[in-house]
Structures are given as structure tokens and as C-alpha cells.
Design a protein around this ligand. Sequence first.
Ligand code: SAH
Length: 260
Amino acid sequence: MTHVFLVGAGPGDPELLTLKAARLLRAAGVVLHDSLVDPRVIAIAGPAARLIDVGKRCGRHAASQAQICRLLVEEARGGHNVVRLKGGDPMVFGRASEEMDALRAHGIAFEVVPGITAATAAAAALNLSLTQRGVARSLHFLTGHGAQGGLPAHDFVSLTKSGGTLVVYMGGETLPGLAAHFIEAGMPPDMPAILIENASLPSRRSVAATIATLPRLHAAQAASGPVLILIGEALGDASEIAAVRSRITHEEEQNIVSVA
Ligand code: SAH
């Protein structure tokens, strides 16, 4: 019976791939992969595998989601051994529901293989626990990018009140707006915030700041890889944050807040 595997490729470092993902890749006839997937992970596929890049990065659409779904169904019907390889975990901001719906609609069986999501890769890279007893009792994964572009309509007040650790995916471009909304919602301007680019890869860079100062520092950083933003008291443990906090004067913060 035809079977499609929706496989998590992890955050980049090929060693963070699951054994199951590697086994399925080696056996794949066709691999449909995103552009964020590390070439070394794609290279695990056997020489006979057909590789199809359906990748899309913000603003540069290689294939629409509808086209990807159609392709998945076609390849599966063609009897090929199909692996749909997605960055991180397929079930976290991976549009897996559309693909599962399309497969279900055509009676094609599928299985999802989890991967390490960017949030946990970032936590590992920063030596930061995302939850902490008595400090951060919840963890929230947010998108920084609305379905129609721009900032999504999150409940910024509830998120701020939760006191949990906030992890923003796809938030590089909307960071100034995000920061302004959180501060307006009552978040203290000196709330620790860290941005990490290319978590798990040697090219990783991070900027430790506060919610008020991060947008300006990120703009200066000119990131070219995927970036993740982490916000919350749990991050106060990062040694970089302590240094940043003591450097920033109250006056500076006020200036930056009004710019944001
Ligand atoms: N399914 C993926 C997320 C896809 S959305 C996962 O579970 O990780 C794409 C966003 O993920 C990027 O905009 C960025 O915010 C984040 N991301 C993915 N890989 C990353 C990495 N190596 N470092 C930092 N952020 C990453």
C-alpha cells in the first residue's frame, strides 16, 4: 500500500536527525523537501532517489502549498516511496495539516516522523532551559508572521500575563512590531529576549538583549539564515543577558521603546 512519510529534518545539524528519518530517507524513491532543509540531510537519500525542492522562504515562493499537496498525491499514486522532508518538526508551523488533508482526501496512508524543532535546538545552543520551576511555567510557540503577511493578531496581553517563555518562529521581519505590542501589553521593557540565527549550525549567531532593544540590535545584525526569537524571564539565566541588562540605561530603553 502506498505510504507517504512526513518527516522532520530537524534544525540543520544532520546529527540531530532521528534514526527513523535517516532510514526512510535512504529508502526513499522521491524526496520532496523544503529549502530550509540542510543539504547534508538531503544527501542521506540514496543515489536513486529523485529530489524535488518545493522549498519556500518568505517572499520567494518556489511552489504554492496547493501545488505541493498535488505533487505529494501524484507521486504517492505513482507508487513511489515518498518522503516529504520538512525543516524541524513537521507539526510545528509546517503546514502539515494541509498535506495530511490532501492525502486523506485521496485515501493515501501516511505516517508522521517527528523532528527536533527550532525552539529546542535554540535552547540547547544557548544552554537555556525553556521552562523553569517557579519562573517559567509554560512554553508558547508563536508565529511572527500572519497568514496575510504582517503581524498576527495574538492576544499580547494574555501572552504577557502568562509569564511563560515565548518562542517566536518566523518573526525576524515583524520583530519591531512584536516588541512594541508586547511592551504596550504590559511587558517590562527589560524583559530578556534573545534572537538566534541558524541554531544547531556552525554559522549560528545570537543576539542577547531585552524586548526593547532586540529590534535595533537585530536590524544591525543583518541575518540571512532563519531566526528564532525567545522572550521571557527564563532567559535571564543566560550570562549574555545579565551583561546586556547592566549595560542598558533606563534612558536608553525609553528611547528605544518609542522608536519601536
Ligand atoms: N517546522 C519548523 C518550523 C518551520 S517555520 C520547526 O519545527 O522548527 C520556519 C521558522 O522556523 C523560521 O522562520 C525560524 O523562525 C525557525 N527556524 C527553523 N530552523 C531554524 C534554525 N536552525 N535556527 C533558528 N530558527 C529556525
